[in-house]
Design a protein around this ligand. Structure first.
Ligand code: INS
Length: 608
């Protein structure tokens, strides 16, 4: 039982406040104006205790009725056991502030660089020719140059979550800018294969940091109701970066030393991000972690321009309380306790399984083999302008990430995964068959032979099936795993996302370092058939284990995962939330919480 009261003012669970709650309830029952009935809330410091958070009227900002109740509705009191409580209170009725948009786009430059730096290698490998060590690159060389970035990213992503907690998100992203720069300069000036590989490795350190921290940063600054979409903006920048890299690669294909220019272009976004972050703040959560509450209030004030200062302070109190819930008085103790917690609490461990499995599936279904080597493949299949064909593939990836942007909350994460994976499987089977009839044989030393030279129908089928594969991939498994932070509760979110991001890069490393060898040893048909088989197995995994999380509160995600994967319950709850949101929108026309009623998630789960 709790009631809500409109606009601003903050209270906690004291006796006086309970009295206020009672008054508020009377008003709600008596007049039904300006209040909403809501759930009992949990005390943020004690999981077992129930408390009531009361919002007092702000007499300076709002209009009051005869009883002192505000006439316009904005604020809802909800269970206080996760970071989002005040976010919800603040963000309903709020437009996204330009400040949040700027921060999102500046952070998403990391996504762009992730995409650009992993994307340009496809065309660079083709156009390097004999520029390194005065000889052509073998398949082994190409794999090392490509895999070096994945290896670097794997190593840095293991430490990135903890480093972001110790030094801050912004400094870590700025440090990644330095790594990008050093890596790029080494590559631009490379005359030897090994200098190129080391440059790619250092660049990879930057990519790993950016790939973890950018979505985390966005997730921390984003208002809850649009968090999913803002995180997909990072994915859009990522696939956009790959597309731009392919486009530039095609443009510079015939230019002498064009690949050096291609690498050099990567310096532009990294410098822009560095300069922008010089003037921008870190996330409020980080400031709270470091006890810099004034700074946190300043950032929140800019993020939620209409929010009264009392509400901002309540948010800070909540973040502060959450901060204390991680046991341990020193950083190593805290880190150790978090590691213990993620493995021993069943809901956390299930979240970990899902986070890592989805990232693993994303990589082992083979997409990046195309991202990294499509130039080499299309060249072998007989397309003289292989870079241009690669653009179409990267373009499809980008366009369908945009489709995912619109579908991820409406159709739901689980649903787009279950559409995407069988689609990928079907496309890969067609691709495997087409390769069989094309009669391509990859041999050692970077050589390949093809039975049917030139433009053939099977060549076209290979390309079409790859395009379909790209579309289904981007729609589901290419995008959904990066929503990983919603799986984990605040206390283990950093470490959980580190594990799953490292799984992503581990998978990417395996694919990058084995793909060309697989083409040689088990033929292209065998390789693509293997990816098809893995997509099918992944479909069954998602079908049986991945709950529908769209529209669910973070606390509800934890409840869903408490004693199993609870697919059925999650689907019912997600559907209910969607209907409630639609009802709110219809009744208020602008997303306010008029007539909003929500029963306890636990009750609803029992119903399901
Ligand atoms: O989500 C991204 C995206 O799908 C990219 O195209 C791919 O190269 C990355 O590995 C992946 O993490």
């Amino acid at each position: 039982m709790t009631l809500r009261k409109p606009e601003s003012g903050v209270g906690s669970a004291s006796g006086a406040e309970s009295a206020l709650a009672g008054r508020a309830q009377d008003r709600a029952q008596g007049h039904g104006h300006g209040f909403h009935e809501i759930d009992a809330s949990k005390d943020s410091n004690d999981d077992s205790a129930q408390s009531i958070t009361v919002i007092e009227p702000d007499v300076t900002n709002g209009k009051l009725d005869a009883d002192g109740a505000l006439l316009d509705d904005r604020i809802q009191i909800r269970p206080v056991n996760d970071e989002d409580d005040t976010s919800v209170m603040i963000t309903f009725n709020q437009k996204v502030s330009p400040f949040i948009i700027v921060l999102t786009f500046v952070a998403s430059i990391s996504g762009f660089m992730f995409g650009y730096d992993t994307g340009y290698i496809s065309s660079a490998l083709v156009s390097i020719g004999t520029d390194l060590d005065h000889r052509a690159l073998t398949y082994g060389d190409k794999e090392i140059i490509t895999a070096a970035t994945s290896l670097g990213a794997l190593i840095s992503s293991i430490f990135a979550g903890t480093s972001a907690d110790i030094w801050g998100r912004k400094p870590c992203l700025m440090f990644s800018n330095l790594l990008f720069t050093v890596g790029a300069v080494l590559q631009i000036s490379a005359r030897s294969f090994w200098q190129m590989a080391v440059g790619r490795l250092i660049m990879g350190f930057g990519v790993g940091i950016g790939s973890l921290i950018s979505p985390l940063f966005i997730g921390e600054i984003a208002p809850k109701n649009i968090r999913g979409r803002l995180v997909v903006i990072n994915s859009l920048c990522l696939t956009g970066g790959q597309l731009v890299a392919y486009g530039c690669g095609a443009g510079l294909d015939k230019v002498h030393n064009g690949w050096r220019i291609l690498v050099g272009l990567s310096l532009i976004p990294t410098c822009i991000q560095f300069v922008c972050f010089w003037f921008l703040p870190d996330t409020p959560r980080y400031y709270v972690m470091k006890g810099r509450l004034d700074k946190a209030a300043e950032v929140l004030g800019k993020s939620y321009v209409d929010a009264p200062s009392e509400l901002i302070h309540q948010k800070i109190q909540e973040l502060n309380a959450l901060n204390r819930t991680i046991p341990g008085d020193t950083i190593p103790k805290k880190v150790w306790n978090t590691i213990k917690e993620i493995h021993t609490v069943p809901s956390n461990f299930r979240a970990l399984i899902l986070g890592c499995a989805l990232q693993g599936i994303q990589q082992f279904c083979g997409w990046n083999s195309l991202m990294y080597f499509s130039g080499t493949i299309f060249e072998t299949v007989g397309f003289s302008d292989s870079a241009a064909v690669s653009i179409v593939v990267a373009g499809t990836n980008f366009v369908f990430t945009l489709v995912a942007f619109f579908a991820i909350d409406r159709i739901g994460r689980r649903c787009i995964l279950l559409i995407g994976l069988p689609g990928m499987c079907g496309s890969l089977i067609v691709c495997a068959v087409a390769f069989h009839f094309l009669g391509v044989h990859f041999e050692g030393g970077g050589q390949a032979t093809i039975e049917h030279q030139g433009f053939s129908a099977w060549g076209i089928i290979v390309i079409l099936s790859i395009i379909f594969y790209a579309a289904f991939y981007a729609l589901g498994i290419g995008t959904v795993p990066w929503q990983q932070s919603e799986l984990f509760p605040q206390a283990v979110r950093g470490i959980g996302t580190s594990y799953s991001t490292a799984t992503n890069w581990g998978g990417s490393l395996v694919i990058a370092s084995t793909f060309l060898t697989m083409l040689q040893n088990i033929t292209p048909t065998g390789t693509f058939a293997l990816f098809a088989g893995l997509s099918l197995v992944s479909f069954f995994f998602c079908y049986f284990c991945y709950p529908e999380l769209s529209g669910l509160e973070l606390e509800e995600v934890q409840m869903i995962l408490k004693d199993g994967f609870n697919i059925k319950a999650s689907k019912t709850l997600a559907k209910k939330r969607k209907q409630q949101l639609a009802a709110q929108k219809n009744s208020s026309g602008n997303g306010d919480l008029h007539d909003y009623h929500k029963s306890k998630p636990s009750d609803e789960l029992m119903e399901c």
